[in-house]
Design a protein around this ligand. Sequence first.
Ligand code: NAD
Length: 458
Amino acid sequence: MNSTTNVLCIGAGYVGGPTMAVIADRCPNVRVTVTDINAERIGAWNSDRLPIFEPGLDEVVRRARGRNLFFSTDVAGGIRAADIIFVSVNTPTKLFGQGAGRAADLQYWEKTARQILEESDHGKIVVEKSTLPVRTAEAMARILKSNSRGLRFQVLSNPEFLAEGSAVKDLEAPDRVLIGSEETEEGQRARRALVDIYARWVPEDRIIQSNIWSAELSKLTANAFLAQRISSINSISALCEKTEADVDEVARAVGTDSRIGPKFLKASVGFGGSCFKKDILNLVYIAESYGLSEVARYWEAVVRMNEWQESRFVHTMVASMFNTMAGKRIALFGFAFKANTGDTRESPALAVATDLLAERAHVVVTDPKALDNAREDLAGVDGNLVFERDPYAAAAGAHAVAVLTEWDIYRTLDYRRIFNSMIKPAFIFDGRNILDHQALHTIGFNVYSIGKMPLTTV
Ligand SMILES: NC(=O)c1ccc[n+]([C@@H]2O[C@H](COP(=O)([O-])OP(=O)(O)OC[C@H]3O[C@@H](n4cnc5c(N)ncnc54)[C@H](O)[C@@H]3O)[C@@H](O)[C@H]2O)c1
């Protein structure tokens, strides 16, 4: 790697920002610029208050920013200077036209491809970092080849496997890095250039190289498998509640089988995040477009099970609280889709809050990092809704508390104090199975959790 390698990332979001910060931190001789059309976001990356919360991210950015890590709104200038361009723009579910509600909306992606072509005065390596439908690289390559200036581009697929909440850890010590390329000589050379960057801190045996279609499809498949495990254990949680089996005991017994493994077997109110649902629906759409309707139905069921689990949670709340929520104060502990992030995209809390407001409950939302996003998400939803930073204040005067995010702080609250401040009979619904249910019952709560028999007092 020579000392003048210029890396550009287009898209300064949850993936682009942390990924590039770690590359810059680990490769001081690579100049990394992260660009975005969202000036506010870039302003935040250049400030002391980064636009996203990730444990350890502030330190990494502080070490590299201004040295070989730069954040800028000048996308065009960045493209001209770059040798390697990562494209990490959003690829949400399409909301209109053909494939609405399932296919990936590739408008941001295609605009970026065209802008790269327009601004380039020499050939470049273009890296798909966004999660894309399999064979998108073909479209990208065709757009980039449509120039009469003799510019040659190589498209690589390098999907990102980081998990929000542990992004820095995942990037610094990844299970694997996946790089797919065309099997041509030029493709292999481009692949090598990217391997050389990662090899600065990732052991080479963890850098998997493959053909480009395998790389694209692997990312969709990995997310589908992860989500499928959650929907699988959640489906069993419903059966546990009918049969006096305990889902945590079942998960433990099942997960100790080395062929299955213990991870992603925690029953809960449901999975969220910007990726699982969108990527599975995208997989469903792709399968359908190849006429593989059995494959499509199989994966679609993972998403349907998740939606059912969310609505089942609210159904349990309503049924156990005497079939009426109207006028009752309900404190939601957590709004982020998981702990250690402020991200609320597709959070089950959004579905639960919306359903409770439709039941005319008075909803109080508390979360240590996600209140700003929660406010935005619920802006258009009618009903009696307040936001409260302090969980004790949120619970005071409430008929029920529902734990929706597995934040550590919720494990260690003084639940006797909370109980004393609530309307009786007091209910607690543990949507993450993180609390000591027996202790809560002893305090006097009616305790409902996922996949276990309720502990009731009245
Ligand atoms: N969030 C995750 O945990 C995660 C993990 C792995 C992969 N991914 C994938 O990575 C991609 C990005 O996800 P994200 O969560 O970072 O999204 P994000 O919405 O946080 O960030 C995308 C950014 O791209 C910018 N953008 C869009 N069009 C642009 C353009 N033409 N020029 C410059 N900037 C532009 C947007 O303004 C936005 O800031 C998606 O395909 C996603 O599926 C996400």
